[in-house]
Design a protein around this ligand. Structure first.
Ligand SMILES: Cc1cc2nc3c(=O)[nH]c(=O)nc-3n(C[C@H](O)[C@H](O)[C@H](O)COP(=O)(O)OP(=O)(O)OC[C@H]3O[C@@H](n4cnc5c(N)ncnc54)[C@H](O)[C@@H]3O)c2cc1C
Length: 289
């Protein structure tokens, strides 16, 4: 016989936060990670050890709006909704199109991808290079935290049990003059978990690089990004000299320490990750992105 679990679905955000303050609950947005995490054997409903609270219907978590040059994205926007939203950057839409199949994209949310903190979460490399900030709220108030501080390890995030992720903020993303790329290597073009993923961001003034960022997914417990290595390219002109590209690639070679698992080998992951970086650094911005 199926076990009973307590499930809450409050009409308002303040009621939801108040419940989370009284009781440690499992938050369910789309449920596409939660249900897999707690799955039982075939034919038996998932066993979730705590009461669950549904949040996917709350209007405050479904909005996408600009604030100056920043873009605010509600944590419970589903992938399918984001694909229809004109303000969402093209690179993020490209990443979303590689996630699962339409049925999962109709349920899965951006906030869920972040809070699940999988090393292979497909939106994460991009959110790292966008310097995404996360707006968290509890009954005690709000705080904003950078994504690289929020995600602390495999499925480990810096969230208090009474807090909810409300919005993802992409600073200055609506500004002109930046190019962003996303690449995912998996067994298929979609409906496959990444063996390696990569996001690159570049902002130039004429030929001079003003800002450049890159992040790798699925090659470590969290996304791999290095501000020190990125700074090596500030002020350089594009196309980059071969020596500059080699210097950056070799610096990353020491930082990337992937593992062997059922999806790929460490050697393959490292080789592909460095090739993606080399490819990104060899492109001529504006002409090729
Ligand atoms: C068949 C299948 C294929 C998949 N393919 C991919 C893929 O290709 N790429 C990929 O990246 N992922 C993939 N996933 C994983 C999953 O769909 C995504 O990670 C999705 O974004 C999770 O969103 P969700 O709303 O369903 O999260 P949920 O399962 O509802 O929640 C995930 C975690 O985040 C917490 N949480 C959710 N929202 C909030 C919030 N607002 N505040 C605080 N905590 C919150 C939950 O408590 C839970 O711990 C796949 C899953 C399945 C089942």
């Amino acid at each position: 016989m199926a076990e009973e679990i307590i499930a809450y679905r409050f009409e308002r955000l303040d009621q939801t936060l108040s419940q989370l303050n009284q009781e440690n609950c499992t938050i369910i947005a789309g449920g596409t990670d939660v249900m897999v995490l707690h799955k039982s054997r075939r034919g038996v409903p998932p066993k979730i050890p705590r009461p669950v609270v549904f949040i996917d219907h709350l209007p405050e978590l479904k909005r996408v709006y600009p604030n100056g040059k920043d873009l605010h994205i509600g944590a419970c926007c589903t992938y399918s909704e984001l694909l229809e939203e004109p303000l969402i950057p093209v690179a993020l839409k490209q990443a979303i199109k590689t996630i699962a199949a339409p049925a999962i994209r109709n349920r899965g949310t951006l906030g869920g991808n972040i809070c699940n903190a999988s090393p292979a979460g497909d939106t994460l490399p991009l959110l790292y290079v966008y310097n995404a900030k996360l707006l968290l709220r509890s009954v005690s108030g709000e705080r904003t935290v950078g994504i690289s501080d929020f995600i602390q390890g495999v499925r480990k995030v810096q969230r208090e049990p009474n807090e909810m992720l409300i919005e993802i903020i992409l600073p200055s993303v609506l500004e002109e003059g930046t190019q962003v790329v996303f690449e995912k290597v998996g067994n298929r073009n979609a409906d496959a978990i990444a063996k390696v993923s990569f996001a690159g961001f570049i902002k130039t003034n004429g030929d001079r690089i003003e800002d450049v960022r890159f992040a790798f997914g699925a090659v470590g417990p969290t996304m791999v990004r290095s501000l020190d290595i990125e700074k090596m390219l500030y002020g350089k002109t594009i196309p980059l000299a071969a020596a500059d590209i080699t210097q950056v690639v070799s610096a990353f070679e020491k930082r990337i320490k992937p593992i062997d698992d059922q999806r790929s080998t460490a050697v393959y992951r490292k080789t592909v990750a460095l090739n993606l970086l080399r490819y990104f650094l060899s492109l001529k911005p504006k002409q090729s992105y």
